[in-house]
Design a protein around this ligand. Sequence first.
Ligand code: NAD
Length: 354
Amino acid sequence: MTPAVVPRLARLGASISLEKDAGLGATFADGVYKDVSFSSGVGALVSDADVVLAVQPPAIEAVEAMKAGALLVSFLYGAANPTLVEALRDRKITALAMELIPRISRAQSMDALSSQAALTGYYAPLLGAVNMPRILPMMTTAVGSLRAAKVLVMGLGVAGLSALATAHRLGAITEGYDVRPETAEQAQSLGAKFVDTGVDARGEGGYAREFTADEKNHVRGVLSQHIADADMIITTAAVPGRRAPVLISADQVAAMKPGAVIVDLGAEGGGNCEGTKPGETVRAGPVTIVGPLDVPSALSEHASELYAKNILNLLASIVKNGAIKLDFSDEVIAATAVSHNGEIRNEAVRKAVE
Ligand code: NAD
């Protein structure tokens, strides 16, 4: 929660309690929040609340301390956290999972995956730049010109397009690649060339589907040349609910230019590159592989600003005249509700729990 969003939340009819020092890591000291109360233990904080707003999935003790029937809005990753989901169900908490906000126009202002991915993508070329022994733009000096670096972005969702934009602004020559052909135009509008492999892997709901074995081999051949030519590669490929696809093999890494860098934003989902160590920066033969985790925390002020607004917009859509009115026929509520009134409502999560 940011100080600027507190009054907007209050206008919905809420009185607001914050965990002591909650904003400190995002530059917001307790003193800059107006009209809020503070509580130091999570248990004491949540036990009185009708609505609990959080970033990460709560600890079981926090769920047990919540009022029965309260509303929780947070990232939950229920399928991976069955014990948490059971605790939410048993405590009769209505839990709305931020990672399940549907990708529809009306919900764009609530979509925290997108807002955080935009920041993560922006940051990736900066992480790459400080790990490279070269500069990104062309530079003319008294002793001759330095050539612009080539940056290849693989996976052109929200994060990938944002990465292309930053790399272009920094003066690099940019190329983008994705299995969804409609991303070609989006990459080109950001000044990048599109690497066309001739394979269309559009899946449901605007997401990608997995490749067949033949498709994999063909694409690998086309991409090898582009990988070998790059000074920096940023990978962001993801397939919902699965391990991140591996786009760069150890052989392809070994064939890269000495000093090149790979920033693997797929690290959180296991990595898009063979050799990535999630959370670490490692040398692999001629290249450096950066495997950052939780990038939004490195941009904590703006990450918080966007997340607080995403949550505010979700709440504003369910508060009518100062009261929470949950309409389960509303597409956003139907998609995000993991538990309600002692039941697990989300089918994928229910299957994982049972
Ligand atoms: P994501 O994080 O799920 O995946 C990142 C990218 O990786 C995707 O573009 C995907 O096609 C690509 N990818 C997957 N496997 C790959 C492979 N083997 N090789 C190369 N690329 C691969 O993506 P995202 O940022 O969540 O966006 C997914 C889609 O959802 C996009 O079409 C985006 O425009 C759309 N979207 C819509 C809304 C909305 O309408 N509210 C909001 C956000 C995103």
